[in-house]
Design a protein around this ligand. Structure first.
Ligand code: HEM
Length: 440
């Protein structure tokens, strides 16, 4: 396609725009919308023009387009070293449809309920050492909780050597993709041994593969029950074909990573905002009061204010700031016809801060979700259409149980009043400073 910009946007070289986006995605998006309005165009790789939107109308046009005409895989291509080429996030068309059918059953609302007790137990264990006047680092605890929850859900692991091995390996695997190390995901020319993060990646990914393939081999011989791994192994399509070792390895890694960092980041933001906003804390404590001595999970997850707190967190800091589709055909979005091979991007971050939709968008104000029901094009933290996040129910369920358990049992206070900004960890955004708190 020509270099002509479809809409106004930054004119710096593509690699400069990419680096700026990696370093400070939210900041760059704010700058662009203030300077150019929406839609605006960016160049994040040499071949493609990325057009950013921030409205429910655009969300509808993108999410309801024929899935054969809008590919998500090429947009997620930078994640290939992290997740593998067969990851659900990287495949499209019929291949995606087949794999999505395989992977949906373990993530439906009913099945997710099976994990309630274990989420609560893991939270209790990981907050067991919180004593009066101690200083706790919320982000660290949330990362441990979400990692243990996902290891249990996928592999059925609760303790033991293998559990520890997975924990340790995943933590060092993920640390390779932090901060500016993440550059090699977006600039493939850096995938050379001289670039230290890449050399480290090659070493750790080898170990990760060995561990997962060993498990696949032994599970194929001795199928076990109940966890997501076993469910995936047991499924086959109408022709009797099951999932291959490579596909399985990539989906397991995708679920481990997508299911761990995202929830940990959302929980860290939630606890930060709850304690930053005294009225929210009071309302939440009041709502949870009747459950202090009877932690009834089925009732707790239905509490309206708790639900609103989770949604408001995901609105203000959506963790995944944007979703994108590479157009295989021209597509009309909000009356603009974009040519084939354009990347149509819905900025979740900008949509959630669109003042036409959310009044005082910078405020943490959960009540807005009680006063108004936002539809699935207005509130989009999990994307939408055929690609909507597979773990949406799981994530919301986990967030509610962990928050309720902590708020019901601890009085916490932010350890300092430093300004908190969003910082990149791999592909998600955590609060800077890791949210230290004092137990009262
Ligand atoms: C608060 C937590 C989470 C957030 C904010 C989040 C957000 C997202 C977003 C924005 C997408 C892209 C959707 C699109 O392109 O339209 C996505 C996809 C996905 N998510 Fe999540 N996610 C979360 C938790 C989880 C969990 C817990 C799991 C699994 C255990 C998970 C697994 C996936 C998978 C497999 C996809 C790819 C779906 C596909 O392409 O068909 N996510 N997520």
């Amino acid at each position: 396609m020509s270099d002509q910009k479809i809409f106004p946007g930054p004119s710096s070289p593509w690699w400069w725009q990419t680096t700026a986006l990696i370093r400070n995605s939210y900041g760059l998006l704010d700058k662009c919308i203030n300077k150019y309005g929406t839609p605006f165009s960016m160049k994040i790789n040499p071949q493609t023009q990325f057009v950013f939107f921030d409205s429910p109308e655009a969300a509808r046009d993108i999410f309801t387009a024929n899935y054969k005409d809008v590919f998500a895989g090429p947009i997620s291509k930078p994640l290939e070293p992290l997740l593998g080429s067969k990851s659900l996030l990287l495949i499209d068309h019929d291949e995606h449809l087949r794999m999505r059918r395989f992977m949906t059953p373990p993530f439906t609302g009913n099945v997710v309920r099976d994990y309630g007790e274990i989420i609560r137990d893991i939270t209790v264990v990981n907050t067991g050492s919180w004593k009066k006047n101690s200083r706790v680092v919320i982000q660290d605890t949330m990362q441990t909780i979400s990692l243990e929850v996902i290891l249990h859900a996928i592999f059925g692991l609760k303790e033991g050597k293998r559990f520890e091995k997975y924990k340790q390996l995943l933590v060092s695997y993920l640390s390779i993709f932090n901060g500016k190390n993440a550059l090699f995901l977006y600039i493939p020319k850096l995938r050379k041994k001289f670039f230290r993060p890449w050399a480290k990646y090659l070493g750790v990914v080898k170990e990760v593969n060995e561990l997962i393939y060993e498990d696949i081999k032994s599970r194929r011989k001795n199928p076990q029950q109940h966890d997501i791994f076993s469910r995936l192994l047991a499924i086959c399509d109408d022709d009797g074909n099951g999932i291959s070792d490579l596909e399985l390895r990539d989906q397991l890694l995708t679920l481990l990573l997508a299911g761990h960092e995202t929830t940990a980041a959302s929980l860290s933001w939630s606890l930060y905002w709850i304690h930053k906003t005294p009225q929210v804390l009071r309302n939440l404590c009041d709502e949870l009061q009747p459950f202090k001595n009877d932690f009834n999970i089925d009732n707790i997850v239905k509490l309206p204010f708790l639900d609103a707190v989770c949604r408001e967190t995901l609105r203000l800091y959506p963790i995944v700031p944007a979703i994108g589709r590479l157009l295989q055909q021209p597509l009309t979005i909000m009356g603009h016809t974009l040519p084939e091979k354009t990347a149509a991007i819905l900025s979740i971050y900008l949509t959630h801060r669109n003042p036409d939709l959310y009044s005082d968008p910078q405020l943490f104000f959960p009540q807005r979700f009680i006063e108004k029901q936002y539809n699935s094009y207005e509130f989009v933290p999990f994307g939408g259409g055929a690609r909507r996040c597979l773990g949406m129910h799981f994530a919301l369920y986990e967030m509610k149980i962990v928050i309720a358990q902590i708020i019901s049992n601890f009085q916490l206070q932010l350890a300092n009043d430093k300004t908190v900004i969003a910082v990149r960890r791999g592909v998600t955004f955590f609060p800077s400073g890791k949210v230290p708190m004092i137990v009262k």
